[in-house]
Design a protein around this ligand. Structure first.
Ligand code: IMP
Ligand code: MG
Length: 180
């Protein structure tokens, strides 16, 4: 189904959908009777985000933020930049940051610190994927879809040089693509 740039499907769309339903259910239970603002991290989190918010039962608002840590290629530059800030203040609100993947942990620890300084009532992290073996800074998410090995993945929002985000499954990129 996919071209040569894809080595294999790592998590197929049905498995993703089932897990997203579970995460949505857990979040709905954890925040029963409370309002929640779900924050989509652009651009990688957008597909996961769109699916997740529809699995949450409750009083939900959404907002968007963009930070960038990657140059071109498959490794982080270690430097995080704010590209687009939230549209609304978050003081006193229950905030869940929705990310595509926790890799070195650099991006999310920056983002968490930045938003924590605005004094939300609570601040949680939900990430579709987690690569714990790649951490450079200590960081733990609160809601994780799948723990994966140290392989570069694309699809379901995740990109390689801004491409392949539209693939419905999470796929392993062929190492030949990036000269690995
Ligand atoms: P971190 O700061 O190293 O944790 O990197 C987080 C960001 O790097 C994610 O939001 C992704 O945009 C990107 N990233 C990390 N690993 C991958 C991968 O395997 N495929 C695509 N993007 C990735
Ligand atoms: Mg990202």
């Amino acid at each position: 189904m996919y071209g040569n740039e894809i080595k294999k499907i790592l998590v197929d769309k049905n498995t993703i959908a089932a897990r997203v339903r579970e995460l949505g259910k857990r979040i709905s239970e954890d925040f029963k009777g409370e309002s929640i603002t779900l924050v989509c991290t652009l651009r990688g989190g957008c597909v996961f985000f769109a699916d997740l918010i529809r699995e949450i039962d409750g009083d939900v608002e959404i907002d968007f933020i963009a930070v960038s840590s990657y140059g071109a290629g498959t490794s982080t530059s270690g430097e995080v930049k704010m590209v687009k800030d939230l549209s609304e203040p978050i003081k006193g609100k229950n905030i869940i940051i929705v990310e595509d993947i926790i890799d070195t942990g650099v991006t999310l620890s920056y983002l968490k610190k930045l938003l924590a300084a605005r004094e939300p009532k609570s601040l949680k992290i939900c990430s579709l994927l987690d690569k714990p073996s790649r951490r450079k800074v200590e960081f733990e998410g609160d809601y994780i879809g799948f723990e994966i090995e140290n392989e570069f993945v694309v699809g379901y929002g995740l990109d390689y040089n801004q491409k392949l985000r539209h693939l419905p499954d999470v796929c392993v990129l062929s190492p030949e693509v990036y000269g690995g």
